[in-house]
Design a protein around this ligand. Structure first.
Ligand SMILES: Cc1cc2nc3c(=O)[nH]c(=O)nc-3n(C[C@H](O)[C@H](O)[C@H](O)COP(=O)(O)O)c2cc1C
Ligand SMILES: C=C(O[C@@H]1CC(C(=O)O)=C[C@@H](OP(=O)(O)O)[C@H]1O)C(=O)O
Length: 389
């Protein structure tokens, strides 16, 4: 299974094609739209989110609420395009657009490297595609993957565990169901499960905004009821933990990812890291702890997948950063009209989506199926097999 996205931030639309989905996967447009709305929300978002009201258009591969097995093509309109038609015009008449050429690279963005790499003197040709607007496309694709996972009994939830200096304790998953995590994060303005931390995060976002500054943070994604043995130890590019962390770092502004206790493992002794193996008639094999976040040897071990990603602060600041004009080579202080000042809550939805995609893809690699019923049968068989193994 694979997907491609196309589209510029201020172009007419985002376009997605998903190939390799089995047939007969239940599909709801409303569920995709719900995910798109979740990505638009969160304290700290800028004015662009008041202009957009993301809604998916289904162009192929779905009939009467089910996938047909054909490629699924989706689109999301950019409402802001109406104001950008001239500047984003594909026609050769460039006079007006030329006057509005972007010659000032923004620190922390793809602008300068992208311009050098692709030979653009107008950095709009870089920034339009490098913009995180593309994450809307990935959430739509992830929402399709989530529906495939849901059909197989696999649940995904995400939440925010840090914004700036405010962090939360690690969750005890034996005391909280995934539905509760989803419910609580949904009720929070910053997708944080701890109400006290939520208030402190909001205060910190507001304070940074007042100073013309921005904030990053850390998000966590949990996937539950994953069959044992997705991914493989036999080759580097089949290790599912590696593919998931790659997917997280591929989200705009993400600078790192960890599985389970992640970097903390480097500080602890082995006995405080590895998860002992137990067996019972009722549960089959299980672990007392899940410090390794559901992975051993690049494969799922049946425990919940727990991954985190760290997002750097938004690079476009109201408090200008210094840069150099590529025409005059003169220094300038970058000024802006609008930007998010914290997009960590939105990014947690993107993180859920890319993780859901990777798990769904690995599921289909392990249990190759043309139709959804065959996939479900194989997944259930694996769950049974593990108990008696
Ligand atoms: C949901 C989301 C919203 C974002 N919004 C902005 C924004 O409004 N302004 C900005 O400068 N960067 C924003 N970013 C981050 C930039 O897109 C990103 O830092 C930039 O493309 C450079 O890529 P890199 O940080 O991955 O190197 C956002 C990122 C995400 C995930
Ligand atoms: C459009 C989205 O995010 C955008 C991501 C972004 C960036 O530089 O990454 C910059 C801003 O865009 P604009 O310059 O049009 O205000 C954000 O609004 C979105 O999340 O849908």
């Amino acid at each position: 299974m694979r997907y491609l996205t196309a589209g510029e931030s201020h172009g007419p639309q985002l376009t997605m094609i998903i190939e390799g989905l089995p047939s007969r996967v239940p599909f709801s447009k409303e569920k995709v739209d719900e995910e798109l709305l979740r990505r638009q929300k969160g304290h700290g978002r800028g004015r662009r989110m008041q202009i957009e009201s993301d809604e998916v258009q289904i162009l192929s591969g779905i009939r009467f609420g089910m996938t047909t097995g054909a490629p699924v093509a989706l689109a999301i309109e950019n409402k802001d395009w109406a104001k950008w038609t001239e500047i984003m015009s594909p026609k050769p008449e460039q006079d007006e657009a030329d006057k509005r050429r972007v010659s000032r690279p923004r620190p922390g963005h793809a602008d300068l490297n992208g311009a050098i790499k692709y030979g653009h003197r107008d950095m709009r040709d870089v920034l339009e595609r490098s913009s995180a607007r593309e994450t809307a496309a990935r959430v739509a694709v992830g929402a399709v993957a989530k529906q495939l996972l849901e059909y197989c009994g696999i649940k995904v939830a995400g939440h925010v565990v840090r914004i700036g200096s405010v962090g939360t304790e690690r969750l005890d998953l034996s005391r909280l169901t995934l539905d509760e995590i989803r419910e609580k994060s949904e009720a929070s303005l910053v997708r944080c499960l701890d109400p006290e931390a939520e208030q402190a995060m909001i205060r910190e976002i507001d304070a940074a905004k007042a100073e013309g500054d921005s904030l990053g943070g850390v998000v966590e994604v949990i996937v539950e009821n994953v069959p044992v043995g997705l991914g493989s130890y036999v080759h580097y590019d089949r290790k599912l933990d590696a593919r998931i962390t790659q997917a997280i770092v591929s989200i705009n502004a993400f600078k790192g990812a960890e599985v389970g206790i992640g970097f903390e493992a480097g500080e602890r002794k082995g006995s405080a890291v590895h998860d002992e193996i137990l067996w019972s008639e009722e549960q089959g094999y299980y672990r007392k702890t899940n410090r390794l976040g559901g992975f051993e040897g690049g494969m799922t071990n049946g425990e919940p997948i727990v991954v985190r990603g760290v997002m750097k602060p938004i690079p476009t600041l109201y408090k200008p950063l210094q840069s150099v004009d590529i025409d005059s080579k003169e220094p300038f202080a970058a000024s802006i009209e609008r930007s998010d000042n914290c997009a960590v809550p939105a990014a947690s939805v993107v993180a859920e989506s890319v993780v859901a995609w990777e798990v769904a893809k690995a599921l289909l690699e392990t249990f190759t199926s043309d139709k959804a019923e065959d996939l479900l049968r194989e997944v259930e068989r694996r769950h049974q097999e593990v108990k008696g193994f």
